[in-house]
Design a protein around this ligand. Structure first.
Ligand SMILES: NC(=O)C1=CN([C@@H]2O[C@H](COP(=O)(O)OP(=O)(O)OC[C@H]3O[C@@H](n4cnc5c(N)ncnc54)[C@H](OP(=O)(O)O)[C@@H]3O)[C@@H](O)[C@H]2O)C=CC1
Ligand SMILES: O=C(O)C1=N[C@H](C(=O)O)C[C@H](O)C1
Length: 252
């Protein structure tokens, strides 16, 4: 039985992870870390901690869907206990990304701004389209619920990097506004919508003067992210220290 600790236990994804873990026969939730929890309390069999610095439970893997504010304590914990970690939180700064990379020299780390299998396939399709549709204007439109803190979405950032791999001269342009913001050659326009309860939609438009190709991923449930992260944790416990992405699991 794979023992898991969830960071962000009281958040939307923490709750969904709890449900998805309960549905499996080979994983069990042993502890939760949540800013709103009091260390030493329990939710059924799950021991709760206010921060990873208080956590005295050991597990086979940590799954993090929370907030960049938890990163330092979580990295201290995984280094101290040599626990593999799936980091699915978005919105880290450069320094935090470096700290994640450094940690991966000591423990297996999977960092993915989108753990849904379908999105990772879409990223590959977008790369192919960017190769084939030479000269087409590229625009990304991402839509999320009104509770999301960061923009652009982590997934939009992954899509931008994928496009830049193929078209190194291209560059992202966020939310155009003003009198002199006409599209320039190589622009990857990025628009962020935050409204209602939209789970997660990403559309990538490739437009010429006479046609539009759209590659889209629309989520109907955030279970796709939770299930992907459980798959990632299972992969990490069999892997040596290193920095992994969903691509490594899906083997493309
Ligand atoms: N990689 C992927 O596939 C996916 C990634 N995400 C990412 O996961 C993260 C969580 O998403 P979601 O569950 O929807 O968000 P929620 O806002 O529902 O939950 C975030 C949790 O983080 C905690 N938190 C908020 N601010 C702080 C802080 N300053 N310090 C410490 N903890 C804090 C809160 O804890 P408390 O409630 O205890 O106060 C909250 O429960 C986001 O970064 C999101 O972008 C989301 C879905 C998919
Ligand atoms: O905050 C969310 O909800 C999501 N965040 C991730 C992102 O920033 O791309 C993944 C997914 O889009 C849901």
């Amino acid at each position: 039985m794979l023992k898991l600790i969830v960071c962000g236990y009281n958040g939307a994804m923490g709750k969904m992870l709890k449900e998805c873990i309960e549905k499996t026969s080979d994983t069990v939730l042993v502890a939760g870390v949540a800013r709103s929890a009091q260390t030493g309390t329990c939710d059924g069999d799950v021991k709760l901690f206010h921060t990873f610095d208080d956590c005295d439970v050991e597990a086979d893997a940590v799954i993090d869907f929370s907030h960049p504010g938890n990163l330092d304590a979580m990295l201290r914990y995984v280094k101290r206990t040599k626990t593999p970690v799936v980091i699915a939180t978005t919105g880290f700064d450069e320094e935090q990304n470096k700290a994640i990379e450094e940690t991966s020299k000591e423990v297996p780390v999977l960092l993915s701004h989108n753990t849904a299998v379908g999105v990772n396939v879409v990223i590959e399709l977008v790369k192919e389209a960017a190769k084939l549709l030479e000269g087409f204007d590229i625009e990304i439109i991402e839509k999320h619920h009104n509770r999301k803190e960061d923009a652009p979405s982590g997934t939009a950032k992954m899509l931008i990097s994928a496009i830049k791999e193929v078209l190194p001269e291209s560059h992202e342009v966020y939310g155009r506004s003003g009198r002199s913001c006409k599209r320039q050659p190589g622009d990857i326009g990025v628009s962020s919508v935050r409204a209602g309860n939209i789970i997660s939609d990403h559309d990538v438009l490739f437009c010429s003067d006479s046609e539009t190709v759209t590659i889209a991923h629309h989520s109907q449930s955030n279970a796709i992210f939770a299930d992907g992260s459980i798959q990632a944790a299972k992969f990490l416990i069999e892997s040596p220290a290193g920095l992994y992405e969903m691509k490594d699991i899906l083997k493309f």
